[in-house]
Design a binder for this molecule. Sequence first.
Ligand SMILES: NC(=O)c1ccc[n+]([C@@H]2O[C@H](COP(=O)([O-])OP(=O)(O)OC[C@H]3O[C@@H](n4cnc5c(N)ncnc54)[C@H](O)[C@@H]3O)[C@@H](O)[C@H]2O)c1
Length: 416
Amino acid sequence: MPYEVKDINLAEQGLRNLEWAEIQMGALLKVRERFAKEQPLKGYRIGMALHVTKETAILVRTLIAGGAEVAIASCNPLSTQDDAAAALASEDVRVYAYKGETREDYYRFIEEVIRFKPHVTIDDGCDLISEIHTKYPELIQDIICGCEETTTGVIRLRAMEQDGALKYPVIAVNDCQTKHLMDNYYGTGQSSLDGVLRASNVLISGNILVVAGYGNCGKGVALRGKGFGANVIVTEVDAFRALQAKMDGFRVMPMAEAAVEGDIFITVTGDLHAISMDHIRTMKDGAILANSGHFDNEVDVRGLEKAASAKRAIRPLFDEYVVDGKRVFLCGEGRLVNLACAEGHPSTVMSLSFCDQALGVEYGIAHRDELEPKVYQLPPEIDQHVAELQLEAMDIRIDELTEEQKKYLSSWQEGT
Ligand SMILES: NC(=O)c1ccc[n+]([C@@H]2O[C@H](COP(=O)([O-])OP(=O)(O)OC[C@H]3O[C@@H](n4cnc5c(N)ncnc54)[C@H](O)[C@@H]3O)[C@@H](O)[C@H]2O)c1
């Protein structure tokens, strides 16, 4: 079986890490058990561009248990866990990924996945779908559907749909409640700080943490920053979200003001240059910059590269730049800090996201005749089912509506 990984000898360590991930991914294992019995994906080829981590490896095993053949590349040059990639290769999966890929290899690996002629695509950030649409449109006739993991990817797909450019149905797994709650909120909250800590080992407590963006991810990062004892400032462009941040107890101000005050900055906006060179020039000596949004353009890293009079690596994935005689430190080259500098989300978080992915693939295949080239949400029953699976995995039981309550909640006659 073809594969390209950093070192196949890392497989033994990778398999141990996969075992540890599985212990925390009870909900996904339940889906895998059912898939193994029912074989809903039998005969289908699934092409993936996802962060190649131990948790993604458990998703790959789940899809294979359901009868699929899988090829996988990464969706970020810095996020691959080389031992997990080697573990997948040792299980005869077509895996093309290593940590620190060149841009050339990144796209070559996505091409390998495309050459596998997938019937279903799974993306995180829409690069696979975008490459297929722009360079290999002849393959689209055999593609049944796609699934997209993240906010930025869904935004790109909705833009494609609006332009009439989207040529096959895609399920916005990102938009599931179970994905948002666990992944964007709790997952990004914890793991972004984990990334900054592993890169810098800075004491968060007592520092001013500036969080750019108060969406699902930003809320999680701000909450966890506060938990660590940081004085948190939020920057926003949306009035409602800014109000919510204020009501949640955070200081809110424009980045131009926050830049002067902040010690540590984390961007989670999905937007270009939430931190610009103008902002960076006004920062304190020693400010730490990190991004946890999908692309590496939320901090103007290119501007920083140009403007800096000196640059050196202080330690792996923690670079010092000197700008106007002051030092700023950049974590993980400005790429997703939780994946570049740490291990991404904890396995429990990814268990839910990947239940949504696996059930999204099953749904797309089962409803292939009804779906049009549009962006779809997974039906709420499936989202609820994933929440139930996780409650079951945590051995938590909840109440059920009585017949009387069901009737009451669906009637309009009962008043004061
Ligand atoms: N690190 C991870 O593991 C991870 C996980 C999930 C999502 N993401 C990515 O994180 C990003 C944010 O995701 P989300 O789900 O929170 O999105 P979201 O749309 O819910 O929130 C983004 C927020 O940023 C605000 N914003 C936009 N431009 C801004 C600017 N210039 N300055 C300040 N605020 C600005 C928006 O108003 C919005 O409230 C996306 O790129 C998403 O793909 C990363």
